[in-house]
Design a protein around this ligand. Structure first.
Ligand SMILES: *Cc1c(COP(=O)(O)O)cnc(C)c1O
Length: 382
């Protein structure tokens, strides 16, 4: 079964008895053991049929054995990070989601060390498995590709090989690409992390997170952590994520096309200093993106010569809000919004300037979006 067919049909078997053609919404907190044959459901913090349906779909989309879903992307990430023990080190890409940065700060409390590095830099990769102390205590490597907000592209196959050579686990936050454009397990990742809040649910109306992986031992550990801490996704949230998921292929195709058109229009504007989008041939990660992704992605950013706040107030078809991947176009300034938790000097050192603007195209008509954005950008010159 091909991807778009799996989107609509896996985990969506008609309900025995009623014949419901969509997964039923099971709200019960507990289950009667005596009517189950064999007993499968015990208590909804541990297991729930609506959650199972969504998990079956998400695993199938990447051809993986397992998926587990959580209350949010952060809850999913924390569950993956729970594998780390005191004294171990996490090596993390230096261009990551602001919330991930905050989550990693918590780890230091538990005696886990975190270092950041540009994982697109060959020298950094050479140090990782070069036999020096670069990778000695590294137990996990955390990658976001394409990254947020600079859209750097990391070579997933290469980093997987090097990570495994030192006996560490590779975790890839694939929220930006979604499984429609990139499947990290296929390139050797051990765990894919999603904020399903973004493209997977796609309608900006629910929060959720997921981990996707093949290893049964990881599955046991993740389930135990989730059931114990209670960070699982509730049934109604699972239902909404699953409903949104079915149109992922259609939405991503339109959003990638909208991104490409806007970037191409912006690139010739005198008040646009630089654009960041892997779909452009001039982007340093373009060739790599072509190899490991199906399309340039549905997010882009650019450096603007004028005041970002004024630009955000001038656009009419873009909502000035955080989040991404939804049907409605959003615009934001990372320095003021998503990446505000990162201290300014550190943020600037990572290339996230005060004038960077990030755009998450929705599924609106491309002509409306391009005309509106270009008019707002030009007005800054006056
Ligand atoms: C939004 C996001 C997260 C966090 O997800 P929540 O659902 O908001 O908790 C993690 N990683 C990336 C890349 C994101 O965009």
């Amino acid at each position: 079964m091909r991807f778009d067919t799996r989107l609509v049909q896996v985990g969506q078997d008609p309900e025995p008895g009623s014949g419901d053609v969509v997964p039923a919404l099971h709200l019960a907190a507990t289950y009667d053991r005596t009517v189950q044959d064999p007993p499968r459901y015990f208590y909804a913090r541990g297991e729930n049929p609506t959650r199972d349906d969504l998990q079956r779909s998400l695993a199938a989309l990447e051809g993986a054995r397992f998926a587990t879903v959580y209350a949010s992307g952060q809850a999913a990430a924390m569950t993956a990070l729970s594998l780390l023990r005191p004294g171990q080190r996490l090596l993390c890409g230096d261009d990551i989601y602001g919330g991930t940065y905050q989550l990693l700060q918590l780890l230091e409390r538990y005696g886990i060390r975190v270092s950041f590095a540009d994982l697109t830099d060959p020298a950094v990769l050479n140090r990782l498995d070069g036999g020096g102390d670069g990778g000695a205590d590294v137990a996990m490597v955390w990658v976001e590709s394409p990254s947020n907000p600079l859209l750097k592209v990391v070579d997933l196959a290469e980093i997987a090989e090097r990570t495994h050579r030192i006996g560490a686990l590779l975790v890839v936050d694939n929220t930006l690409a979604s499984p429609a454009l990139q499947q990290p397990l296929q390139w050797g990742a051990d765990v894919t992390v999603y904020s399903t809040t973004k493209s997977i649910a796609g309608h900006l109306d629910v929060l959720g997170g997921a981990l996707v992986y093949d290893d049964p031992e990881l599955h046991e550990q993740f389930l135990a952590y989730r059931t114990t801490t209670g960070n699982m996704a509730g049934a109604l949230d699972c239902f909404l994520v699953h409903r949104g998921l079915k149109t992922l292929g259609l939405r991503m195709a339109r959003q990638v096309d909208n991104a490409q058109r806007m970037v191409e229009a912006l690139r010739d504007e005198p008040s646009v200093v630089r654009t960041h989008y892997p779909g452009l041939a001039t982007h340093p990660g373009h060739a790599l993106a072509k190899r490991q992704m199906a399309g340039g992605g549905a997010l882009f950013s650019f450096e603007y010569r004028h005041d970002p706040e004024k630009l955000m107030s001038r656009v009419r078809h873009f909502t000035s809000a955080v989040s991404l991947g939804g049907v409605r176009s959003l615009i934001e300034c990372p320095a003021l919004m998503t990446h505000r938790p990162i201290p300014r000097e550190e943020r600037l050192a990572r290339g996230i300037s005060d004038n960077l603007i990030r755009v998450s195209p929705g599924i609106e008509d491309p002509a409306d979006l391009v005309a509106d954005l270009i008019a707002a950008v030009r007005a800054g010159d006056r």
